[in-house]
Design a binder for this molecule. Structure first.
Ligand code: ARG
Length: 453
Protein backbone atom coordinates (compact mmCIF):
# COMPACT_ATOMS: atom_id res chain seq x y z
CA UNK A 1 0.00 0.00 0.00
CA UNK A 2 1.25 3.46 -0.92
CA UNK A 3 0.51 6.48 1.24
CA UNK A 4 -0.18 8.61 -1.77
CA UNK A 5 -1.33 7.86 -5.31
CA UNK A 6 -4.88 9.23 -5.49
CA UNK A 7 -3.89 11.90 -7.96
CA UNK A 8 -1.57 9.68 -10.01
CA UNK A 9 -2.51 7.73 -13.15
CA UNK A 10 0.86 6.04 -13.70
CA UNK A 11 3.15 4.02 -11.49
CA UNK A 12 6.51 5.50 -10.43
CA UNK A 13 9.39 4.60 -12.72
CA UNK A 14 11.49 1.85 -11.08
CA UNK A 15 14.69 3.86 -11.16
CA UNK A 16 12.91 6.91 -9.82
CA UNK A 17 11.52 4.84 -6.95
CA UNK A 18 14.95 3.50 -6.11
CA UNK A 19 16.40 7.00 -6.30
CA UNK A 20 13.68 8.45 -4.09
CA UNK A 21 13.42 5.81 -1.40
CA UNK A 22 15.01 6.17 2.00
CA UNK A 23 13.85 2.99 3.75
CA UNK A 24 17.20 1.37 3.02
CA UNK A 25 18.79 3.79 5.50
CA UNK A 26 16.02 5.42 7.55
CA UNK A 27 14.91 1.98 8.79
CA UNK A 28 17.30 2.76 11.62
CA UNK A 29 14.75 5.26 12.89
CA UNK A 30 12.03 2.65 13.51
CA UNK A 31 12.15 2.98 17.30
CA UNK A 32 11.98 6.75 17.20
CA UNK A 33 9.26 6.67 14.53
CA UNK A 34 7.02 4.41 16.59
CA UNK A 35 7.77 6.24 19.85
CA UNK A 36 6.68 9.48 18.17
CA UNK A 37 3.49 7.88 16.83
CA UNK A 38 2.58 6.46 20.23
CA UNK A 39 2.79 9.94 21.76
CA UNK A 40 0.93 11.52 18.86
CA UNK A 41 -1.97 9.10 19.28
CA UNK A 42 -2.01 9.67 23.05
CA UNK A 43 -2.41 13.37 22.41
CA UNK A 44 -5.06 12.88 19.70
CA UNK A 45 -7.18 10.90 22.16
CA UNK A 46 -6.72 13.43 24.94
CA UNK A 47 -7.98 16.11 22.57
CA UNK A 48 -11.00 14.02 21.58
CA UNK A 49 -9.76 13.63 18.01
CA UNK A 50 -9.56 9.86 18.50
CA UNK A 51 -11.74 7.78 20.84
CA UNK A 52 -10.09 5.93 23.72
CA UNK A 53 -10.83 2.68 21.93
CA UNK A 54 -9.24 3.82 18.70
CA UNK A 55 -6.22 5.00 20.61
CA UNK A 56 -5.83 1.66 22.35
CA UNK A 57 -6.14 -0.30 19.11
CA UNK A 58 -3.60 1.88 17.32
CA UNK A 59 -1.16 1.85 20.22
CA UNK A 60 -1.39 -1.93 20.59
CA UNK A 61 -0.77 -2.29 16.85
CA UNK A 62 2.23 0.03 16.97
CA UNK A 63 3.61 -1.71 20.02
CA UNK A 64 3.29 -5.07 18.23
CA UNK A 65 5.25 -3.73 15.25
CA UNK A 66 7.90 -2.29 17.56
CA UNK A 67 8.25 -5.60 19.39
CA UNK A 68 8.52 -7.57 16.16
CA UNK A 69 11.08 -5.20 14.65
CA UNK A 70 13.13 -5.19 17.86
CA UNK A 71 13.06 -8.98 18.01
CA UNK A 72 14.14 -9.15 14.36
CA UNK A 73 10.94 -11.03 13.52
CA UNK A 74 9.91 -8.60 10.82
CA UNK A 75 11.65 -7.61 7.59
CA UNK A 76 11.59 -4.09 6.23
CA UNK A 77 9.55 -4.44 3.05
CA UNK A 78 11.40 -2.65 0.23
CA UNK A 79 8.17 -1.81 -1.60
CA UNK A 80 7.80 1.09 0.89
CA UNK A 81 9.39 4.44 0.33
CA UNK A 82 10.50 5.20 3.86
CA UNK A 83 10.21 4.10 7.47
CA UNK A 84 7.12 6.26 8.02
CA UNK A 85 5.18 4.67 5.12
CA UNK A 86 6.35 1.22 6.11
CA UNK A 87 5.13 1.46 9.71
CA UNK A 88 1.82 3.09 8.77
CA UNK A 89 1.04 0.60 6.01
CA UNK A 90 1.90 -2.31 8.25
CA UNK A 91 -0.33 -0.92 11.00
CA UNK A 92 -3.28 -0.69 8.60
CA UNK A 93 -2.56 -4.21 7.38
CA UNK A 94 -2.55 -5.49 10.96
CA UNK A 95 -5.42 -3.59 12.61
CA UNK A 96 -7.56 -2.53 9.67
CA UNK A 97 -9.22 0.80 8.93
CA UNK A 98 -8.68 2.33 12.35
CA UNK A 99 -4.97 2.37 11.52
CA UNK A 100 -5.75 4.92 8.82
CA UNK A 101 -6.39 7.48 11.56
CA UNK A 102 -2.80 7.46 12.83
CA UNK A 103 -1.62 10.18 10.48
CA UNK A 104 -4.36 12.66 11.52
CA UNK A 105 -2.93 16.13 12.00
CA UNK A 106 0.56 15.07 11.03
CA UNK A 107 2.81 15.07 7.97
CA UNK A 108 5.90 13.10 7.20
CA UNK A 109 7.70 16.43 7.28
CA UNK A 110 7.20 16.99 11.00
CA UNK A 111 7.41 13.23 11.56
CA UNK A 112 10.89 12.91 10.09
CA UNK A 113 11.99 16.08 11.84
CA UNK A 114 10.91 14.48 15.11
CA UNK A 115 12.44 11.06 14.39
CA UNK A 116 15.84 12.49 13.59
CA UNK A 117 15.83 14.69 16.69
CA UNK A 118 14.89 11.73 18.84
CA UNK A 119 17.68 9.72 17.24
CA UNK A 120 20.27 12.40 17.91
CA UNK A 121 18.97 12.84 21.44
CA UNK A 122 19.36 9.10 22.02
CA UNK A 123 22.93 9.10 20.66
CA UNK A 124 24.20 12.03 22.71
CA UNK A 125 24.41 10.03 25.98
CA UNK A 126 26.24 7.25 24.11
CA UNK A 127 28.76 9.70 22.70
CA UNK A 128 29.06 11.48 26.04
CA UNK A 129 29.68 8.17 27.81
CA UNK A 130 32.46 7.30 25.37
CA UNK A 131 34.16 10.68 25.76
CA UNK A 132 33.90 10.34 29.54
CA UNK A 133 35.46 6.87 29.39
CA UNK A 134 38.32 8.26 27.36
CA UNK A 135 38.82 11.09 29.85
CA UNK A 136 38.88 8.57 32.69
CA UNK A 137 41.64 6.65 30.91
CA UNK A 138 43.53 9.88 30.34
CA UNK A 139 43.21 10.77 34.00
CA UNK A 140 44.56 7.38 35.03
CA UNK A 141 47.50 7.60 32.62
CA UNK A 142 48.20 11.12 33.87
CA UNK A 143 48.32 9.94 37.48
CA UNK A 144 50.78 7.22 36.50
CA UNK A 145 53.02 9.74 34.74
CA UNK A 146 53.06 12.87 36.87
CA UNK A 147 56.85 12.77 37.01
CA UNK A 148 57.60 11.19 33.67
CA UNK A 149 59.79 13.81 32.02
CA UNK A 150 59.58 14.42 28.33
CA UNK A 151 60.37 17.21 25.92
CA UNK A 152 57.57 19.62 25.09
CA UNK A 153 57.60 20.66 21.43
CA UNK A 154 56.89 23.77 19.43
CA UNK A 155 57.30 23.64 15.63
CA UNK A 156 57.98 19.91 16.18
CA UNK A 157 61.29 20.98 17.76
CA UNK A 158 62.19 20.24 21.32
CA UNK A 159 61.32 23.38 23.27
CA UNK A 160 61.06 23.02 27.05
CA UNK A 161 60.91 20.07 29.39
CA UNK A 162 57.54 18.96 30.61
CA UNK A 163 55.86 15.81 31.88
CA UNK A 164 53.79 13.19 30.14
CA UNK A 165 50.93 14.00 32.53
CA UNK A 166 51.02 17.61 31.38
CA UNK A 167 50.97 16.55 27.73
CA UNK A 168 48.09 14.13 28.28
CA UNK A 169 46.30 16.79 30.33
CA UNK A 170 46.04 18.94 27.20
CA UNK A 171 43.90 16.24 25.60
CA UNK A 172 41.90 15.89 28.79
CA UNK A 173 40.93 19.55 28.35
CA UNK A 174 40.08 19.17 24.66
CA UNK A 175 37.77 16.25 25.33
CA UNK A 176 36.26 18.22 28.22
CA UNK A 177 35.24 20.94 25.75
CA UNK A 178 33.81 18.24 23.49
CA UNK A 179 31.59 17.13 26.35
CA UNK A 180 30.33 20.63 26.96
CA UNK A 181 29.54 21.07 23.25
CA UNK A 182 27.46 17.87 23.25
CA UNK A 183 25.68 19.11 26.36
CA UNK A 184 24.94 22.54 24.84
CA UNK A 185 23.56 21.20 21.63
CA UNK A 186 21.31 18.78 23.45
CA UNK A 187 19.84 21.65 25.45
CA UNK A 188 19.26 23.77 22.36
CA UNK A 189 17.73 21.04 20.23
CA UNK A 190 15.41 19.68 22.92
CA UNK A 191 12.22 21.11 21.41
CA UNK A 192 9.54 19.05 19.71
CA UNK A 193 8.65 19.73 16.07
CA UNK A 194 5.69 17.34 15.97
CA UNK A 195 2.41 19.06 15.14
CA UNK A 196 4.04 21.46 12.70
CA UNK A 197 2.32 19.41 10.00
CA UNK A 198 3.57 19.81 6.46
CA UNK A 199 4.64 23.38 7.21
CA UNK A 200 1.71 25.48 8.44
CA UNK A 201 0.37 23.55 11.42
CA UNK A 202 -3.10 22.06 11.31
CA UNK A 203 -6.74 22.91 11.92
CA UNK A 204 -7.14 20.04 14.40
CA UNK A 205 -6.98 21.19 18.01
CA UNK A 206 -3.64 19.50 18.73
CA UNK A 207 -1.94 20.00 22.09
CA UNK A 208 1.63 20.26 20.93
CA UNK A 209 3.02 20.99 24.38
CA UNK A 210 1.43 17.81 25.67
CA UNK A 211 3.08 15.69 22.96
CA UNK A 212 6.37 17.47 23.61
CA UNK A 213 6.09 16.63 27.31
CA UNK A 214 5.27 12.98 26.62
CA UNK A 215 8.43 12.72 24.51
CA UNK A 216 10.62 14.41 27.11
CA UNK A 217 11.14 17.66 25.21
CA UNK A 218 11.43 20.98 27.03
CA UNK A 219 8.68 22.47 24.84
CA UNK A 220 7.18 22.46 21.37
CA UNK A 221 9.02 24.38 18.64
CA UNK A 222 7.81 27.95 18.05
CA UNK A 223 7.41 28.26 14.28
CA UNK A 224 5.99 25.46 12.19
CA UNK A 225 7.89 26.35 9.02
CA UNK A 226 11.17 26.40 10.91
CA UNK A 227 10.22 23.13 12.62
CA UNK A 228 10.08 21.13 9.40
CA UNK A 229 13.09 22.72 7.78
CA UNK A 230 15.53 23.14 10.67
CA UNK A 231 18.61 20.94 10.51
CA UNK A 232 20.82 23.26 12.60
CA UNK A 233 21.04 20.76 15.43
CA UNK A 234 22.41 18.14 13.05
CA UNK A 235 24.99 20.57 11.74
CA UNK A 236 25.92 21.40 15.33
CA UNK A 237 26.21 17.71 16.09
CA UNK A 238 28.41 17.10 13.03
CA UNK A 239 30.52 20.07 14.02
CA UNK A 240 30.94 18.72 17.56
CA UNK A 241 31.79 15.31 16.09
CA UNK A 242 34.31 16.89 13.72
CA UNK A 243 36.06 18.52 16.65
CA UNK A 244 36.18 15.20 18.51
CA UNK A 245 37.77 13.65 15.42
CA UNK A 246 40.17 16.56 15.08
CA UNK A 247 41.29 15.97 18.67
CA UNK A 248 41.57 12.23 18.17
CA UNK A 249 43.52 12.69 14.95
CA UNK A 250 46.04 15.01 16.60
CA UNK A 251 46.53 12.49 19.38
CA UNK A 252 46.86 9.66 16.85
CA UNK A 253 49.44 11.59 14.88
CA UNK A 254 51.53 11.97 18.02
CA UNK A 255 51.18 8.33 18.92
CA UNK A 256 52.21 7.34 15.40
CA UNK A 257 55.32 9.53 15.66
CA UNK A 258 56.10 8.37 19.20
CA UNK A 259 55.72 4.75 18.13
CA UNK A 260 58.24 5.16 15.29
CA UNK A 261 61.80 3.78 15.48
CA UNK A 262 63.07 7.34 15.64
CA UNK A 263 61.18 8.33 18.80
CA UNK A 264 60.46 5.06 20.58
CA UNK A 265 58.48 6.99 23.24
CA UNK A 266 55.66 4.45 23.20
CA UNK A 267 54.89 0.93 22.17
CA UNK A 268 51.40 0.19 20.95
CA UNK A 269 50.04 -3.03 22.39
CA UNK A 270 49.91 -6.02 20.04
CA UNK A 271 46.13 -5.96 20.36
CA UNK A 272 46.06 -2.60 18.61
CA UNK A 273 48.84 -3.10 16.03
CA UNK A 274 49.01 -5.02 12.80
CA UNK A 275 51.81 -6.65 10.82
CA UNK A 276 53.05 -6.25 7.27
CA UNK A 277 52.43 -8.98 4.69
CA UNK A 278 55.96 -8.60 3.33
CA UNK A 279 58.20 -7.08 6.02
CA UNK A 280 58.37 -9.49 8.95
CA UNK A 281 59.92 -6.96 11.34
CA UNK A 282 57.03 -4.50 11.14
CA UNK A 283 54.41 -3.68 13.69
CA UNK A 284 52.22 -0.95 12.29
CA UNK A 285 50.05 1.60 14.10
CA UNK A 286 47.07 0.89 11.83
CA UNK A 287 44.38 1.66 14.39
CA UNK A 288 45.83 5.10 15.08
CA UNK A 289 46.22 5.72 11.34
CA UNK A 290 42.64 4.66 10.66
CA UNK A 291 41.23 6.92 13.36
CA UNK A 292 43.31 9.75 11.85
CA UNK A 293 42.05 8.82 8.39
CA UNK A 294 38.40 8.54 9.34
CA UNK A 295 38.44 12.17 10.42
CA UNK A 296 37.98 12.96 6.73
CA UNK A 297 34.61 11.27 6.41
CA UNK A 298 33.24 13.01 9.51
CA UNK A 299 34.36 16.42 8.17
CA UNK A 300 32.81 15.28 4.88
CA UNK A 301 29.44 14.73 6.54
CA UNK A 302 29.59 18.22 8.05
CA UNK A 303 30.55 19.86 4.75
CA UNK A 304 27.96 17.75 2.93
CA UNK A 305 25.07 18.83 5.12
CA UNK A 306 26.15 22.48 5.23
CA UNK A 307 26.18 22.41 1.43
CA UNK A 308 22.84 20.60 1.19
CA UNK A 309 21.21 23.18 3.45
CA UNK A 310 22.77 26.17 1.74
CA UNK A 311 20.17 28.29 -0.07
CA UNK A 312 17.30 25.88 0.63
CA UNK A 313 14.09 27.87 0.55
CA UNK A 314 11.47 27.34 3.24
CA UNK A 315 10.06 24.99 4.19
CA UNK A 316 10.60 21.23 3.71
CA UNK A 317 12.45 20.16 0.56
CA UNK A 318 13.38 16.61 -0.31
CA UNK A 319 17.04 17.64 -0.35
CA UNK A 320 16.84 17.26 3.42
CA UNK A 321 16.52 13.51 3.14
CA UNK A 322 20.25 13.71 2.39
CA UNK A 323 20.88 14.59 6.05
CA UNK A 324 20.67 10.98 7.17
CA UNK A 325 23.36 8.78 5.67
CA UNK A 326 26.17 11.22 6.45
CA UNK A 327 24.92 11.80 10.00
CA UNK A 328 24.48 8.09 10.71
CA UNK A 329 27.90 7.33 9.31
CA UNK A 330 29.51 10.14 11.29
CA UNK A 331 27.89 9.02 14.55
CA UNK A 332 28.94 5.38 13.96
CA UNK A 333 32.44 6.43 13.00
CA UNK A 334 32.98 8.64 16.03
CA UNK A 335 31.60 6.02 18.40
CA UNK A 336 33.91 3.32 17.05
CA UNK A 337 36.93 5.66 16.93
CA UNK A 338 36.39 6.74 20.54
CA UNK A 339 36.17 3.22 21.88
CA UNK A 340 39.10 1.89 19.80
CA UNK A 341 41.24 4.83 20.73
CA UNK A 342 40.39 4.40 24.39
CA UNK A 343 41.47 0.75 24.28
CA UNK A 344 44.70 1.67 22.53
CA UNK A 345 45.51 4.41 25.05
CA UNK A 346 44.66 2.21 28.02
CA UNK A 347 47.19 -0.41 26.89
CA UNK A 348 49.87 1.89 25.45
CA UNK A 349 53.31 1.35 27.01
CA UNK A 350 55.25 4.54 27.68
CA UNK A 351 59.00 4.22 27.40
CA UNK A 352 59.90 6.54 30.28
CA UNK A 353 63.71 6.30 29.91
CA UNK A 354 63.50 7.18 26.19
CA UNK A 355 61.27 10.17 26.93
CA UNK A 356 63.56 11.38 29.67
CA UNK A 357 66.67 10.88 27.51
CA UNK A 358 65.06 12.91 24.79
CA UNK A 359 64.15 15.66 27.26
CA UNK A 360 67.82 15.85 28.30
CA UNK A 361 68.99 16.40 24.75
CA UNK A 362 68.02 19.30 22.53
CA UNK A 363 68.72 22.03 25.11
CA UNK A 364 65.18 22.01 26.46
CA UNK A 365 66.54 23.59 29.63
CA UNK A 366 68.10 26.59 27.84
CA UNK A 367 65.29 28.91 28.97
CA UNK A 368 65.89 27.80 32.55
CA UNK A 369 69.61 28.50 32.22
CA UNK A 370 68.74 32.02 31.06
CA UNK A 371 66.31 32.37 34.00
CA UNK A 372 69.20 31.42 36.34
CA UNK A 373 71.12 34.45 35.10
CA UNK A 374 68.05 36.67 35.38
CA UNK A 375 67.68 35.55 39.00
CA UNK A 376 71.29 36.71 39.48
CA UNK A 377 70.55 40.18 38.12
CA UNK A 378 71.41 39.74 34.44
CA UNK A 379 68.78 41.35 32.15
CA UNK A 380 66.83 38.68 30.24
CA UNK A 381 67.93 39.86 26.76
CA UNK A 382 71.63 39.59 27.78
CA UNK A 383 71.00 36.24 29.43
CA UNK A 384 69.38 34.99 26.21
CA UNK A 385 72.56 35.91 24.26
CA UNK A 386 74.89 34.32 26.81
CA UNK A 387 73.00 31.01 26.76
CA UNK A 388 72.98 31.12 22.97
CA UNK A 389 76.81 31.26 23.06
CA UNK A 390 76.89 28.39 25.57
CA UNK A 391 74.67 26.28 23.30
CA UNK A 392 77.22 26.83 20.50
CA UNK A 393 80.01 25.63 22.80
CA UNK A 394 77.95 22.56 23.72
CA UNK A 395 77.28 21.79 20.06
CA UNK A 396 81.02 21.98 19.30
CA UNK A 397 81.83 19.67 22.19
CA UNK A 398 78.90 17.36 21.58
CA UNK A 399 77.55 17.72 25.13
CA UNK A 400 74.35 18.96 26.76
CA UNK A 401 74.12 22.01 29.06
CA UNK A 402 74.05 19.65 32.07
CA UNK A 403 77.34 18.09 30.96
CA UNK A 404 79.25 21.30 30.16
CA UNK A 405 82.02 21.92 32.74
CA UNK A 406 81.65 24.95 35.03
CA UNK A 407 84.86 26.52 33.59
CA UNK A 408 83.16 26.75 30.20
CA UNK A 409 80.17 28.47 31.79
CA UNK A 410 82.36 30.88 33.68
CA UNK A 411 84.53 31.60 30.64
CA UNK A 412 81.48 33.14 29.01
CA UNK A 413 79.85 34.60 32.13
CA UNK A 414 81.37 34.66 35.62
CA UNK A 415 77.93 34.79 37.27
CA UNK A 416 77.59 31.01 36.92
CA UNK A 417 78.26 28.93 40.04
CA UNK A 418 78.05 25.23 40.88
CA UNK A 419 74.31 25.53 41.59
CA UNK A 420 73.62 26.03 37.85
CA UNK A 421 73.44 22.23 37.46
CA UNK A 422 70.70 21.98 40.04
CA UNK A 423 68.89 24.93 38.45
CA UNK A 424 68.74 23.31 35.04
CA UNK A 425 68.01 19.72 36.08
CA UNK A 426 64.86 18.28 34.53
CA UNK A 427 63.34 17.98 37.97
CA UNK A 428 63.87 21.66 38.74
CA UNK A 429 62.82 22.77 35.26
CA UNK A 430 59.53 20.96 35.61
CA UNK A 431 58.78 21.45 39.30
CA UNK A 432 59.56 25.18 39.24
CA UNK A 433 56.94 25.73 36.56
CA UNK A 434 54.23 26.51 39.04
CA UNK A 435 52.04 28.91 37.07
CA UNK A 436 48.45 27.75 36.76
CA UNK A 437 48.23 25.11 34.04
CA UNK A 438 52.00 24.37 34.05
CA UNK A 439 53.55 20.94 34.74
CA UNK A 440 54.91 21.85 38.20
CA UNK A 441 51.50 23.03 39.34
CA UNK A 442 50.05 19.73 38.12
CA UNK A 443 52.51 17.75 40.27
CA UNK A 444 51.81 19.96 43.30
CA UNK A 445 48.04 19.64 42.85
CA UNK A 446 48.27 15.85 42.59
CA UNK A 447 50.42 15.67 45.72
CA UNK A 448 48.00 17.91 47.62
CA UNK A 449 45.08 15.78 46.46
CA UNK A 450 46.83 12.63 47.68
CA UNK A 451 47.35 14.20 51.09
CA UNK A 452 43.65 15.04 51.37
CA UNK A 453 42.75 11.41 50.64
N1 ARG B 1 12.15 10.34 3.68
C1 ARG B 1 11.83 11.72 3.88
C2 ARG B 1 13.03 12.44 4.52
O1 ARG B 1 13.88 11.77 5.03
C3 ARG B 1 10.66 11.85 4.77
C4 ARG B 1 9.86 13.09 4.56
C5 ARG B 1 9.16 13.01 3.26
N2 ARG B 1 8.32 14.10 3.04
C6 ARG B 1 7.87 14.40 1.85
N3 ARG B 1 7.11 15.40 1.76
N4 ARG B 1 8.25 13.77 0.78
O2 ARG B 1 13.16 13.62 4.51
Amino acid sequence: MKLWGGRFTKKTDDLAFAFNESLSFDRRLFRQDITGSLAHVEMLAKQGILTEEEKEQIQAGLQGILNDLTAGKLDFDPQYEDIHSFVEALLIERIGDVGKKLHTGRSRNDQVALDMRLYVRDEIPVLTGLVKDLRATLKRRMEENLETYMPGFTHMQKAQPTTLAHHLGAYHEMFGRDLSRLHDLRERMNECPLGAGALAGTTYPLDREYTAGLLGFRCATANSMDSVSDRDYLIELLSALSLIMMHLSRFCEEIICWNSNEYQFVEIDDGYSTGSSIMPQKKNPDIAELVRGKTGRVYGALMGLLTTMKSLPLAYNKDMQEDKEGAFDAIDTVESCLSLFNGMLATLRFNKPAMERSARGGFTNATDAADYLVNHGVPFRDAHGIIGQLVLVCLEKGVSLDELPLEDYQAICPVFQQDIYEAISLKTCVEKRMTKGAPGALIAEAKAEKQVQ
